[in-house]
Design a protein around this ligand. Structure first.
Ligand code: DAH
Length: 357
């Protein structure tokens, strides 16, 4: 019996895998295994012989079973170690920069604009992109018959047959956020409202969806002079130049009185734009003193409060600052374009840290 013990314990210790272990188990303690056959022979023995052989066979069987289990556990440990070694990752390796995503110029410029105006005390306000025609038009002193409605190439939402309430629109500008912000916060107020706007228009400089940023400052004694200073500070900070010339051209918007369109001095040397020098002027925004009717729509008393507003195209100033020629490419999701014009994800624009690297 001791040679049986020797034989199986050695074989088990040397088994290379689970299949070999299983074969040994069957061979030793399986139904027709060597130990099991020996146990069957106990019946033919004399009671004395059986008394002696039985416990020894049982002990041997137990010992073999434990050896099998121990070897099996050892094999599993070794397999796990092997796998962990194979799957080991060096987390200290640097990332692969060319695979990293980039921040879209519109997002980058929105962050830059927000940082600059935040520094001047403007909070960010928001409004819905599907807007009622009251907020988009009436509240801004654009009544139903007004030509500005037709000029805006408005997208109208569908209304069910027989429902003759005025349809909602995709907001054609960020100006309705002025009304919502005034209603929500009252005066005094200082907000900007960046966001998406929609018009049915498509060519090299127009896409049906684009981005604007609205500005609104209402207090007891705000004048055009404040508007001019704020815009000059903005343009210098945004284009990262020490000096700018702004030109205020008299204009007309239903929601401001007086109204002005603002141009900046620039040059187009060799096809690249330089802000702050040269003999060209480039229009960048519309602005003016908020019309009393607009203040009223925002539940603000125009005999007590006044202020300025402006609206600027974000995509437009992004194209100018970063020399991007075609607006349509902004929204094509072309990876090569995004890698070329995109910004590193961790370069958050701040005034102290630098806006654009
Ligand atoms: N909402 C105007 C547009 O989309 C832009 C604008 C002009 C906004 C003058 C203003 C403003 O706040 O005062 O064309």
């Amino acid at each position: 019996m001791s040679d049986l013990r020797e034989k199986y314990l050695t074989a088990i210790a040397g088994a290379e895998d689970e299949a070999a272990l299983e074969a040994l188990r069957v061979q030793a303690v399986g139904k027709k295994g060597e130990i099991s056959l020996r146990m069957r022979e106990l019946g033919k023995m004399s009671p004395e012989e059986r008394q002696e052989a039985g416990p020894r066979l049982n002990a041997l069987k137990d010992e073999i079973n434990s050896a099998l289990a121990a070897r099996k556990a050892a094999l599993a440990d070794a397999a796990l170690d092997e796998r962990l070694r194979g799957e080991w990752l060096d987390v200290t390796l640097p990332g692969r920069p060319r695979r990293a995503g980039t921040i879209h110029p519109v997002s980058q410029v929105t962050e830059e604009v927000t940082a600059i105006f935040a520094d001047m005390g403007f909070a960010v306000a928001e409004g819905p992109q599907v807007e009622s025609d009251w907020y988009n038009f009436d509240a801004l002193n654009i009544p139903s018959h007004h030509p500005a409605r037709a000029e805006m190439d408005t997208f109208y939402m569908h209304r069910a047959e027989g429902d003759d309430r005025p349809p909602h629109v995709l907001r054609t500008h960020t100006s309705p956020v002025q009304i919502r912000a005034m209603q929500a916060q009252g005066a005094p107020i200082r907000v900007i409202a960046p966001g998406r706007v929609y018009r049915a228009d498509y060519d090299q400089t127009h896409t049906p969806m684009f981005h604007q940023v609205e500005g609104l400052a209402i207090d007891r004694d705000i004048s055009m002079a404040n508007l001019k200073w704020v815009l000059e500070e903005f343009v210098k900070a945004f284009f990262e130049v020490d000096h700018v010339d702004l030109r205020f051209r008299a204009s007309h918007f239903p929601f401001t009185e007086p109204s002005a369109e603002v141009d900046i001095r620039c040059s187009w040397e060799g096809g690249t734009l330089k802000v702050g020098e040269g003999d060209d002027w480039l229009e960048i925004l519309g602005s003016g003193m908020v019309h009393p009717k607009v203040l009223e729509a925002g539940h603000i008393d125009p005999t007590e409060w006044q202020g300025f507003a402006f609206g600027m195209g974000i995509d437009r100033i992004a194209m100018l600052k970063y020399g991007i020629p075609d607006l349509r490419a902004f929204f094509d999701s072309d990876l090569r374009w995004l890698r070329h014009y995109g910004f590193a994800a961790l370069d958050v624009p701040t005034l102290h840290g630098g806006l654009s690297r």
